[in-house]
Design a protein around this ligand. Sequence first.
Ligand code: ADP
Length: 701
Amino acid sequence: MQEPRAGSRSRPIAVLLLAVIYAASASVGQHVAIPPGNVTAFFPASGIALAGLLLGGQKLWPGVWLGSFLVNTWAIFDTTSFARTATTTLVGATIGMGATIEALAAARVFPPWDRDGGPPLARVLDVARFTALSGLGCSITSATLGTTSLFAGSLITTTDYAETWLTWWLGDAVGILVITPLVLTCVRPRWWAFQGRGVEIALHQVALFAFQMFLVTGTLADRGAHCPLGHFITPFLVWAGVRLGPLGAALAVFNVSVFATLGTEHGTTPFVQGTRNESLLFVQAFVGDMALTTLVLAAVITERRRAEWALSRSRDELDRHVEERTAALTESEERYRILVEVSPDAILLERFDADGVLRIAYANAAAARLFGVTSAAELISRPLFDFVLAEREAIARRGVMDALEHGNLGPVDGWVARADGTAVEVEVMLARVPRGGKRALLAIYRDITRRKQIEQERAALYREAEASIRARDEFLSIASHELKTPLTALSLKLQALARSLPADPDIAAKIAPALDVALRQTTRLSTLVDELLDVSRITQGRMELCLDEDIDLAAVVEDVVQRMQDTAVRAGCELRLDSDAAVVGCWDRSRVEQVLINLLSNAIKYGAKAPIDVRVRDEGASASFSVTDRGIGIPAEDQARIFDRFERAVSVRHFGGFGLGLWIARRIVEALGGTILVESTPGEGATFTVTLPRAPTPAGP
Ligand code: ADP
């Protein structure tokens, strides 16, 4: 049971309140007190004390002590003389202590209850525990301490001890049995309120009241113990126990106990005995008995009602759960069905029947289309191998066995024999159905006729493209060969003409510039034709290297730079050479020259009339040369591409060229086992670096 409630700030008020209520209820009890000890056979204050501690927390115990102390001290003063003040006070304090211990102990052993759910004492075992421990058990402490202190204070004699103790014990126990359930259920009436019994409880109370009034005041009352009508109180108690829950029962018990006690006091009940004390003890025994029976009955019924309520709640819950689950399943099944139905792939469930024939158990609309039947229903139960080409049946059977064995198969290519006798090429995937053992398969067939068609078209296109490239290369090869012969003859003739200019200086001066232009254009033409010839040699794998072991790279570069200085100067650039001493290796001199001439021609062409630096470096196992210009540069995204055939990063309108020079250079460098790289910032120029191993390691195929 959780520890309740009264916060530390409001606690003093709660303590005082409890003391006041305790004292008030104790005074009520005192009306039926019996001398010499003024012990009462009905003591509602003990029930108030327990209810107070249960509802307000055990820390309110000083309220119990104070209430008890005040009432008892006052009562003792009443019956003894003021001269014995000290003793009286001590006796009052001890009695208060007994009451406090009783209330604390009773609260400790009170059956725990769910403060947010049903009321206290709603179970039979709880009522039994409450009656035995809190009621009968704990009252012993108060009775013993109280009676003993009265005895010690000489307020009772040895002869009175036993009777006083019994009265005290019974009075406290009955007080607890009658009052505590009443207070607790009144303060926490949730359970019965929800049961809608409020009006019935009120009616019951009125009826009970009226009936008891009739019993104790009517002429019948005059007949006292001889009147059997008193027994008719039982149906009222049964009514309360069966129908009105813990609150109704507690109210009935209270109602009856008040009437029985007061009635006995006035001698109008059948409990009246020889002495007043005997009568009161007799009535309290009845009250305790009646309280226990009624409370137990109420608890039994409440327990049953509660169980029924819980059962119906869990049934409702279950129904709701089932409904939700069914809806979710229907929805997911619907989604799954739609997915399968709209799938463009044929989806089939195939299952072996008892004779070992693999039959179609389910097929979607796409399957009907693929297999050439009008509806999927037509496929159900048909043997799968009806739709397999006879010549491929063995392969198909192996595939099925494979899928059953390993869980899945594919995708693999296959054929479907359609109902109309034609065949469709398909891609097949098979999967063993998880819970179907080795007897069921899920199969997905995809029509790949169109894909195959596209693949064939692509292959044809590729072949055509290859053929036209071959034709172009052949044409280039023949054309460049055919061009080369007349070009060489023309060049020779022009050179001869330049050597034999007429003696007349005037005529010579007129012819010489034109001849010079003709010669330069012929040289340019010849270079272009050489490039084309190289292309066809390289593409046909006919580029031959002429290796020489004693090539000095520095000397080769210097020679080329000198030869090209004129051209460079004419173009407005200056060639500057920075070279290590001799760098000797095994290379093809004319091919190395060709690469350098290519790089220098580009540097002059794209170099924006700025100086061009040529460097040669000895790098141990390799040698390198580089050409740096300060021209237009090359955008980063073009830097890899320009080494490919016909690739250019400038427009034809501004700069002439085939886009072959760098491709040829790269192929030559690679044939020598080296590399060619470019570094460039657009607008700032470019550096091409060629690195060659001293002895060429042949490049890959
Ligand atoms: P071509 O010069 O005949 O176009 P190349 O293969 O020699 O062919 O060069 C390919 C492309 O690389 C050129 O069109 C040009 O865009 C770029 N390129 C080559 N060298 C340079 C350079 N030094 N500066 C800027 N761009 C260059």
